[in-house]
Design a protein around this ligand. Structure first.
Ligand code: ADP
Ligand code: MG
Length: 244
């Protein structure tokens, strides 16, 4: 059994009277690739945002190595260096070059020296195939290239877990593959990842754990084989029948 890294305990989240997540329980161990699937509005992003401390749970806990990070006392920037996030809309700094985007977190949050940050940035830009673009600005890049830079930026923090919120949903179809290829490579190397996605083939082939959400609850979870070939709940069957 691999070590448990993140454990979500009885997490609920409301915005005013609107209950968006109810009593969510799940856990992730080292090396797990978890895909979270479900219809738009089911609470997937809110769950990921809670896990990245971009939202505060209304009730419940998020344990990171056994310590509740959702208690209002966690250094969010330090935690996010360990549990990073890649967004659908890239969230690159448009006024910085590709290289600067991949250095800023290292120098500001990790307090690394510039040279060390640059070396690390170049390593990860190389890894995602973006080393030739170090002096480019985000606006000069395609969506697929921007997302690969965002992944390199996240990797440069040497995170233990990476969260991805629909990383390919904003991309033109011909660019989806280049981003999924990078993610598949990271999975192969053993990076622990939690990925919200509508890419069902990717979830089936790359993940080892699939979580299906509906209306703010985990309706069903299991191995990709269980979820994609033998879903138990009617909602999961109905949702998946639209993709198969
Ligand atoms: P998904 O990512 O599965 O599409 P979200 O987590 O984005 O779902 O949203 C779940 C529900 O929470 C939606 O009804 C959405 O309108 C609502 N919601 C999300 N963020 C906020 C917010 N900041 N304020 C109010 N309602 C929100
Ligand atoms: Mg979402």
């Amino acid at each position: 059994m691999n070590e448990e890294v993140i454990k979500v305990n009885h997490l609920s989240k409301s915005f005013g009277k609107h209950v968006v997540l109810r009593d969510i329980d799940f856990s992730v161990s080292t090396g797990d690739v978890t895909c979270i699937i479900g219809a738009s509005g089911s609470g997937k992003s809110t769950l990921l945002r809670c896990m990245n401390l971009l939202e505060t749970p209304t009730t419940g806990e998020i344990l990171y190595h056994g310590k509740n990070i959702a208690d209002g006392h966690t250094d969010a920037a330090g935690y996010r260096a360990k549990v990073g996030m890649v967004f659908q809309s890239f969230n690159l700094f448009n006024n910085m070059t590709v290289l600067q985007n991949c250095m800023i977190g290292q120098t500001k949050v990790m307090k690394k020296e510039k040279e060390a940050a640059k070396t690390s940035a170049l390593t990860y830009l190389e890894k995602v195939g973006m080393a030739p673009y170090i002096n480019a600005r985000p606006r000069q890049l395609s969506g697929g290239q921007k997302q690969r830079v965002a992944i390199a930026r996240a990797l440069a923090m040497e995170p233990e877990v990476l969260l991805f919120d629909e990383p390919t949903s904003a991309l033109d179809p011909q660019m989806v593959g280049e981003v999924l290829d990078v993610m598949q490579q990271l999975a192969k190397e053993g990076l622990t990842m939690i990925i919200v996605t509508h890419e069902m083939a990717f979830a089936r082939d790359v993940s080892n754990h699939v979580v299906y959400m509906s209306d703010g609850v985990i309706e069903e979870e299991g191995t990709p084989h269980q979820i994609f070939t033998d879903p138990q709940s009617i909602k999961a069957k109905d949702f998946l029948s639209r993709f198969m």
